[in-house]
Design a protein around this ligand. Sequence first.
Ligand SMILES: Cc1cc2nc3c(=O)[nH]c(=O)nc-3n(C[C@H](O)[C@H](O)[C@H](O)COP(=O)(O)OP(=O)(O)OC[C@H]3O[C@@H](n4cnc5c(N)ncnc54)[C@H](O)[C@@H]3O)c2cc1C
Length: 303
Amino acid sequence: MSTTVIKPDFETAQKHFIFTQEHEDLRESMEEWVKNELYPHRMEWEETKWPDWAMERAGELGYLGLCFPEEYGGQGGDYYYSLVRAEALSHAGSGGLGMGFAVQTDMVLPPIEMLGTEEQKERFLAPGIQGKRIGCLGITEPGAGSDVASIRTTAKLEGDEYVINGSKTFITNAARADFIVLVAKTDPDAGHNGISLLLIDIRDEEGNELPGFSVAQNLEKMGMAASDTCEIAFEDMRVPADSILGEVGKGFYHITWELQGERLVAAAGSNAGAERLLETSIEYAKDREAFGRPIGKFQSIRH
Ligand SMILES: Cc1cc2nc3c(=O)[nH]c(=O)nc-3n(C[C@H](O)[C@H](O)[C@H](O)COP(=O)(O)OP(=O)(O)OC[C@H]3O[C@@H](n4cnc5c(N)ncnc54)[C@H](O)[C@@H]3O)c2cc1C
């Protein structure tokens, strides 16, 4: 039986079996930007939430479109650039900012790229890559988290419109988002095959909530305070029938596909955050002295 095992190729100049020199160059330039323009604000943003200009600036520098096609303003790179971005953002010292960015680049935009019509890509993907329009993703509900198929939000087809009713919770970026990728039941009796994705505007150009949509609560959290996490409500919100993203009835499969990339990026970002903490701790252990020597010289701390 033959098996394929990915191993580092020690004969090549590439130091890592995933990341090439181009990935490393991007990492270096992005880390520098993050340290210079984002890191200084990290404490302030724990109070105020991260500002929209940070996303727009990232778009201007090309950091939001790393893995998206050039025709929509992206750089056309491979998936590993997403991991580099998540790791570079850990230098901002703000988990909330990293999470808000990851929702845009790794949760909201990928399904639009994969499933969207040309019109949806022009309206949502291209300005999303520029950081000019911010998106959010609505899966979780007060009564449904891990068990996605038990959601209750409905989108009922009436003529040439869907009428949306229900509520979602823990929705990152919802306090500021222009649009949402929403998971709803279009056929409540069809189980997993009755769920669809809808791609809809939730605010107008001035930032006002559209009729039928509202933020019920901006939740207080124990951490990640720089990120907004909201409970949102839909009450007879009417949207055009062509708001469906992908195929009607295939939303469960579409969203579980999306979750694969999302979870890996979250892991890369979290791991990088832990590395930053370790670096800071080592530095402190070298500087801080007790009983006439750096505390890092004591056995348990050295371990
Ligand atoms: C800061 C933050 C931001 C978020 N942003 C978003 C967002 O933007 N959009 C969005 O849709 N959601 C978002 N979420 C929600 C998140 O995706 C859910 O919290 C997650 O899916 C888990 O759902 P739950 O919290 O309802 O947990 P539950 O499903 O109630 O699970 C609770 C516990 O039970 C365990 N459990 C559940 N089922 C099983 C099982 N079958 N076997 C063994 N153990 C099980 C879980 O592991 C967990 O430990 C966010 C959450 C947080 C905390």
